[in-house]
Design a protein around this ligand. Structure first.
Ligand code: KG4
Ligand code: ZN
Length: 334
């Protein structure tokens, strides 16, 4: 008999449900919350309400696309954290209610582990141990992945995440939220004209808040001289900022591969959709003899399929979760 996992993801501003059957993704439905655009960032209370509206239709579509009924499910996996508490609580409550009513097990999943395990949604799979650069709107981490369950954070941001650096730069440039994909698009028409300082942080940790400040002062100075500076130079600014962020990420990844002597290198999280990051990783990998892994776009940004994959491995080990579980806004991988 097949193992059918229904997975629920609601950690931030995307409501997602997926069906994973025997480790393969049958459906992966994501409802984006466009409502945050006008605020220039995610508003937690608004996100929570939107999850409440979206969750039942999204689960219905996921089941329908997979050709399954609720009675066919073997377990419900859900993101317990980390994330926004008001967003998490919607997914957690829904998962608990459904699992209880169907009399099937409940499986908690760490969102950051799920981003890493997105690499097992489709072959080729990385082999253990591998290094995973997990870059999203909330996190920037280099993770040593020992197996499906055992992961260690080797380095992480001490302030802003890489995705936040993209989004906050976008806000300064007057771009909509989330600005990462827009900066990526403008950068493709731009040149590396402006030089932004490289953050100085020891070891495998990252820092992006200084970069944001330097961009802010650079823009203020430039606009004083020419009020249309941003409009005239948008593509070049985007290319220069993006290049600096990507260089920082790759430099630390090189340090980690040297230190841990690991040549299996993977990218995960929303920022791994970035075209320069993807091409630079591939190029660096070729030069250094790495085997690189980049998930398909739909498995990079927040999605429930990755939660379903993580849930499937836990199901095989019978790692089930009690009904009286609460969301965890902060939850380290290790
Ligand atoms: O993993 P994710 O979907 O959600 C979080 O868990 O945060 O990541 C969202 C982040 C946002 O900051 C967004 O701007 C960024 O990923 N992002 C990108 C690109 N696509 C999404 N950043 C740079 N280039 C992109 N193409
Ligand atoms: Zn995420």
């Amino acid at each position: 008999m097949s193992v059918n996992i229904l997975a629920i993801e609601s950690s931030c501003d995307d409501t997602s449900a997926a069906i994973v059957q025997d480790g393969s993704v049958l459906s992966n439905v994501v409802a984006n919350q466009e409502v945050h655009k006008k605020y220039g960032g995610v508003v937690p209370e608004v996100a929570s309400r939107a999850h409440q509206e979206n969750i039942i239709p999204v689960v219905d579509v996921a089941l329908k696309e997979a050709g399954l009924a609720a009675g066919d499910l073997s377990a419900v996996a859900f993101t317990r954290g980390p994330g926004l508490i008001g967003s998490l609580i919607v997914g957690v409550s829904f998962a608990k209610g459904l699992a209880m009513s169907l009399g099937i097990p409940l499986i908690e999943v760490n969102h950051m582990k799920a981003h890493v395990l997105a690499h097992f949604a489709e072959p080729p799979y990385p082999s253990f141990p591998f290094l995973c650069l997990t870059v999203s709107g909330g996190h920037t981490q280099i993770v040593l992945v020992k197996d499906h369950f055992s992961m260690e954070v080797l380095g992480q941001t001490i302030d802003d995440a890489a995705g936040e650096a993209f989004d906050k730069t976008g806000k300064l440039l007057g771009l909509d939220y989330p600005a990462g994909p827009l900066i990526d698009r403008y950068a493709q028409q731009g040149q590396l004209v402006f030089d932004f300082p490289e953050p100085q942080v020891d070891g495998l940790n990252f820092s992006f808040s200084g970069l944001k400040t330097s961009i802010l002062y650079f823009l203020k100075r430039s606009i004083k001289e020419d009020p249309d500076f941003i409009q005239k130079n948008l593509a070049d600014i985007c290319a220069s900022v993006q290049h600096r962020i990507v260089q920082v990420l790759i430099k630390k990844l090189i340090l980690a591969t040297d230190e841990y002597k690991i040549t299996q290198v993977a990218l995960a999280g929303g920022v791994s959709a970035n075209s320069e990051l993807r091409s630079t990783l591939e190029q660096t990998g070729k030069e250094r003899g790495w085997t690189t892994f980049i998930p398909q776009f739909e498995y990079c940004t927040d999605n429930a399929a990755m939660v379903g994959i993580a849930g499937y491995y836990k199901y095989l080990k019978k790692e089930f979760t009690e009904q009286d579980i609460a969301p965890k806004a902060r939850w380290q991988i290790g």
